[in-house]
Design a protein around this ligand. Structure first.
Ligand SMILES: Cc1cc2nc3c(=O)[nH]c(=O)nc-3n(C[C@H](O)[C@H](O)[C@H](O)COP(=O)(O)O)c2cc1C
Length: 224
């Protein structure tokens, strides 16, 4: 059974779900299998299909993985924010606040999340040139987003996190993933959603990111 959503509705209402994850309802394996089946329709470089989906539902494993999530939180790093990043994040008031509020809720309840999806891609690209990186990440991220869309269509909610990053080797150990061969790409809590109505998000207008024929410096917002 899938929700009655048009393709455009599905694409515009698949939100990062943190507060509306139903923590009391197990997710049947067959639904996750359907999502993986759809995810593997995504494109990959040279059709190499290097993807893997490690799905954790067993209680002891879930606890171990949830512990990693919590320990990874304060270790999260990333590129420093530019002035333009901050401008975009605050383009619609309180969006950053909402994200952090949701994240605090997720962290407080992470041990109750019924399933975690940890996608991986074969072949490590640590320190590789951008072109090689693009091939690897481009061969897993479309599939992961397809998984998340398929989940939404089935009344399930997901939130993309990068909690796998700071403690990737340790997480790989817990999951028995061969770290030297596989990169873990994301750490995605999964559960039924509480209610199924989600709205399109407010984003920066597309004319600020759409460039016809050549790069156009945006007139709105700080210039880079
Ligand atoms: C690469 C990436 C990393 C993200 N990392 C986190 C994260 O670590 N924790 C979290 O709660 N959300 C994370 N998110 C979710 C974003 O915060 C979310 O997509 C954004 O706030 C937009 O939410 P919306 O689609 O519901 O409007 C991440 C999303 C992406 C694509």
């Amino acid at each position: 059974m899938t929700l009655d959503l048009t393709p455009d509705q599905l694409l515009s209402t698949t939100r990062a779900v943190r507060k509306r994850l139903d923590l009391d309802r197990p997710v049947p394996h067959y639904l996750i299998e359907e999502c993986v089946d759809l995810a593997t329709q995504a494109p990959t470089g040279r059709n190499r299909q290097r993807w893997h989906f490690i799905v954790v539902t067993e209680p002891t494993q879930r606890r171990a993985v949830a512990d990693i999530f919590l320990r990874a939180l304060p270790l999260a790093s990333g590129q420093p924010l530019t002035e333009r990043d901050v401008w975009r994040m605050n383009y619609h008031s309180s969006s950053t606040e909402r994200v952090f509020d949701g994240l605090r809720h997720l962290a407080a309840n992470i041990h109750r999340v019924p399933a975690f999806v940890i996608p991986g891609v074969e072949g490590r690209t640590d320190h590789a040139p951008v072109a090689v990186q693009a091939g690897a990440w481009g061969s897993i991220l479309p599939a992961v987003w397809s998984f998340m869309l398929a989940a939404r269509a089935r009344g399930l909610g997901t939130v993309w996190t990068t909690a796998q990053g700071p403690l990737e080797r340790e997480l790989a150990g817990i999951l028995n993933v061969p770290y030297e061969d596989i990169m873990l790409a994301a750490f995605i809590p999964l559960a039924y959603t509480i209610g199924t109505d989600f709205k399109p998000a407010r984003r920066v207008p597309s004319e600020q990111v759409l460039h016809w024929d050549q790069w156009k410096h945006s007139s709105a917002g700080p210039s880079q």
